[in-house]
Structures are given as structure tokens and as C-alpha cells.
Write a protein that binds this ligand. Structure first.
Ligand SMILES: [Zn+2]
Length: 68
């Protein structure tokens, strides 16, 4: 088992479930990098850089990525 814990929604504290991956341009290092979309059962949608597991979750402006 990988040492992986379930992320928690910063807004309501509920467990998050991984959704789609979104390919985004990251201005910081000028790379095209995937973001993983996470959603809780209260329709709070977050995402974070796939290559930065310790990066904080950010609010995802595209809730449709979670598949409705
Ligand atoms: Zn939530």
C-alpha cells in the first residue's frame, strides 16, 4: 500500500474523491502540467498540480471537470 491519505475538503472537512485530470499551463515554470481535480459530496471542487503532491488545494473554477 502506498502511503497515501485521503485529502480533506478545506471548506467542509469532508473526504475528497479524485476526478478528472486537466492539462494546464503553469506560468510559474512555463510548463504544461496536469492538475488533478478533487470533489467532496457537497460539490466543493478543488484541484492541485499532479506533480506537486504537497501543494495546497486550490479552488477549481471549472466544476464541470468533476463530471457534474
Ligand atoms: Zn466540501
Amino acid at each position: 500500500m502506498p502511503n497515501e491519505s485521503v485529502p480533506i475538503c478545506p471548506q467542509c472537512g469532508g473526504p475528497l474523491r479524485a476526478g478528472a485530470m486537466a492539462l494546464c499551463h503553469r506560468q510559474e515554470d512555463d510548463r504544461r502540467t496536469c492538475r488533478v481535480v478533487w470533489g467532496c459530496s457537497n460539490q466543493h471542487i478543488w484541484w492541485k498540480w499532479a506533480d506537486r503532491p504537497t501543494a495546497p488545494l486550490e479552488l477549481c473554477p471549472y466544476p464541470d471537470l468533476m463530471g457534474g
